[in-house]
Unconditional design. Structure first.
Length: 212
């Protein structure tokens, strides 16, 4: 069974977006968000709806794959990616970051007020108060530089993957079947492939530019 699972993961092309999910299995809010993401995976993607003239292939690529991290603290690499690539993209990213990392953000209200921690500083802060350092859930969309801590954040991420946003979401959100919910082991390659993107203006930055 395990061998078939890893064979399945190995066939996922590197071009498929990766969503990293930090999930606390004992948290109702975290479980709710993971189940909602699982249900979203069953909805039609923007690419599927747009390519109406293309033949439907049985081996069609998934909209995204999920790197699920249960009961783990965010790695320094993921913290660094979020701090350097996400906080200035959308106001909702800052709110999600503040709620996920209360020990880091403190009373800071603006992205520019948040000092970037070195790896040693990050590790020390984790060690000093591990139980209160991080509050899951946290979903990281590397491809679009978006993060989510709640329903609004997840809906914002899914607007990039579902047909015409998320107006069809009510049809399948009751599903909690994990048949299309792919877990992949986290590697530096998974993150790096999403970080090195062309320097186009992110649409979320353009939309909310006046707020910064």
């Amino acid at each position: 069974m395990l061998s078939s699972f890893f064979r399945r993961i190995a066939t996922v092309p590197k071009t498929v977006p990766v969503l990293t999910v930090y999930h606390n299995t004992q948290s109702k809010s975290s479980t709710h968000l993971v189940n909602k993401l699982r249900a979203y995976a069953n909805l039609p993607s923007t690419a599927e709806r747009y390519s109406e003239t293309s033949p439907k292939l049985s081996g069609q690529l998934p909209k995204f794959v999920i790197n699920l991290k249960e009961n783990q603290l965010p790695t320094f690499e993921d913290y660094a990616f979020v701090h350097e690539n996400c906080l200035g993209i959308h106001p909702g990213n800052l709110m999600s970051f503040q709620r996920s990392f209360p020990r880091i953000t403190g009373s800071s209200r603006f992205a520019g007020d948040l000092e970037f921690l070195s790896e040693s500083e990050y590790s020390q802060l984790v060690s000093s108060n591990r139980s209160r350092f991080f509050k899951p859930p946290l979903i990281i969309d590397h491809a679009n530089s978006l993060i989510a801590h709640d329903d609004a954040g997840l809906d914002r991420i899914m607007a990039n993957y579902l047909s015409c946003g998320i107006q069809d979401s009510h049809k399948n959100l009751h599903l909690e079947d994990d048949s299309s919910f792919q877990h992949i082991p986290h590697t530096s390659a998974n993150t790096s492939q999403e970080v090195h993107r062309t320097h186009h203006i992110n649409p979320h930055v353009a939309e909310f530019a006046d707020l910064y």
